[in-house]
Design a binder for this molecule. Structure first.
Ligand SMILES: Cc1cc2nc3c(=O)[nH]c(=O)nc-3n(C[C@H](O)[C@H](O)[C@H](O)COP(=O)(O)OP(=O)(O)OC[C@H]3O[C@@H](n4cnc5c(N)ncnc54)[C@H](O)[C@@H]3O)c2cc1C
Length: 371
């Protein structure tokens, strides 16, 4: 029996960390990941601000797999043949499977913005984002007296937290007068998936840091030096960072695996796809048909353990157990100044204590992957 995992996302990282050596008596496991180090989303904004080192940010997925006797293949899957049971990799290799599990995450949507492919810096894939971010900070570290205008597109939790932490980093390397950050959002208010208090509080915090907020501003096109809104208004900038809503890879569109309207894989509560019981999916790439929820790392993390259990129940021909996502989840948004805002259902709170609590939770999570 061959179990193939594609993507080293949060669910697969948890699943791999829980695999015991005796599991391999029943099945041969391989993971294909396009990176040996998977970034942990909870730490990403604070890493950008300079609070963490690379060791804190990255889950050593290759090392974990190999320490458990699991084959690790460094490659990118570019298509799946679910009927013939094989995946095609970027290298041209075809890898066959009996059971497949997909945890390949999502990337900010570029499809509706002309020029985004050429002129934007998407927050994901994280490695490519960090590479470009380093070039920007290296440049301004030595050219402190030059002015920088940075456009950040997307006012969800990821975009707002990134804007605040980018502000923190830039103010630590150059004079404030030379920094101009614009946060551009198509909605009437930022963090529309959160309660009103959280949205207002973070609006105040952005304004206090002189981050310019452009609301009701849908981006139509990007070129090297400016962003053009649907209204025709232009916003100039040296760099344009994209943290727009999550999107799935295009190759899934023409694939027989069932997807939702936005291209994400439709799954049942057992984490199996709705039309192939031997193909599982989890994390951002999956949409739970019966209980859809926002795309967030907390869900990907929580699916790790039930995913592993159901994969092995399937292998052993045992009945699978349903997974139900939490109705409310705690979101702690770091504000880049050693403080944070918590959002939980209709409740919100801002405090430096939350920053320490978030640090504690994130580092405790990352400790799971240290040997
Ligand atoms: C700036 C920012 C901040 C965020 N902060 C938070 C937060 O604080 N809390 C929170 O809950 N969520 C946060 N999110 C959302 C969070 O990043 C995602 O929900 C989470 O990463 C999803 O996890 P995942 O397991 O689905 O995939 P990912 O973590 O994206 O992992 C997918 C992995 O698969 C690999 N991969 C992708 N495609 C392929 C392929 N074709 N073949 C092989 N490998 C592949 C990728 O390289 C990656 O390692 C944030 C997002 C952003 C952009």
């Amino acid at each position: 029996m061959r179990l193939l995992l594609i993507g080293g996302g949060h669910s697969h990282a948890i699943a791999l960390s829980l695999i015991r050596k005796n599991y391999l008596n029943k099945v041969n496991i391989t993971i294909i990941s396009d990176t040996p180090l998977s970034p942990y989303s909870g730490i990403l904004p604070a890493y950008v601000a300079g609070y963490y080192s690379p060791q804190d940010l990255f889950i050593p997925i290759k090392k974990i797999a190999e320490s458990k006797g699991i084959n690790f293949i460094l490659d990118k899957v570019i298509d799946i043949n679910p009927e013939q049971k094989y995946v095609i990799c970027h290298s041209g290799n075809k890898i066959t499977f009996d059971i497949l599990s997909i945890d390949i995450g999502s990337t900010p949507d570029k499809s509706t913005i002309k020029g985004a492919n050429l002129y934007s810096i998407p927050a994901k894939p994280v490695l490519s984002f960090l590479d470009k971010w380093k070039k920007i900070t290296d440049y301004y570290q030595v050219s402190k007296n030059q002015s920088l205008t940075l456009n950040i597109i997307g006012g969800g939790a990821g975009g707002v937290e990134l804007a605040l932490n980018i502000h923190k980093k830039l103010t630590s390397i150059m004079t404030s007068d030379n920094i101009n950050i614009n946060l551009i959002h198509r909605g009437e208010k930022i963090l529309e998936n959160h309660n009103q208090w959280v949205s207002y509080k973070l609006t105040d915090i952005l304004q206090a840091k002189k981050i310019n907020l452009f609301l009701n501003s849908e981006v139509n096109a990007i070129n090297q030096t400016e962003i053009i809104l649907k209204t025709g208004k232009k916003i100039s900038g040296n760099h344009h960072i994209l943290v727009t809503q999550a999107s799935a890879p295009l190759w899934l569109k023409n694939n027989p695996i069932n997807t939702d309207k936005t291209g994400f894989i439709l799954i049942k509560n057992t984490l199996q796809t709705t039309n192939y019981n031997y193909i599982f999916a989890s994390g951002d790439i999956a949409t739970l048909r019966e209980n859809p929820h926002p795309k967030a790392g907390v869900f990907a993390v929580r699916q790790g353990k039930p995913l592993l259990k159901n994969l092995f129940r399937f292998i052993e021909n045992k009945p699978l157990k349903p997974y139900f996502p939490p109705r409310n989840y705690l979101n702690i948004i770091g504000t880049g100044n050693e403080s944070a805002v918590a959002s939980w259902s209709y409740l919100g709170w801002e405090s430096p204590l939350l920053w320490y609590f978030k640090n504690y939770l994130d580092l405790r999570f990352m400790n799971k992957f240290k040997h």
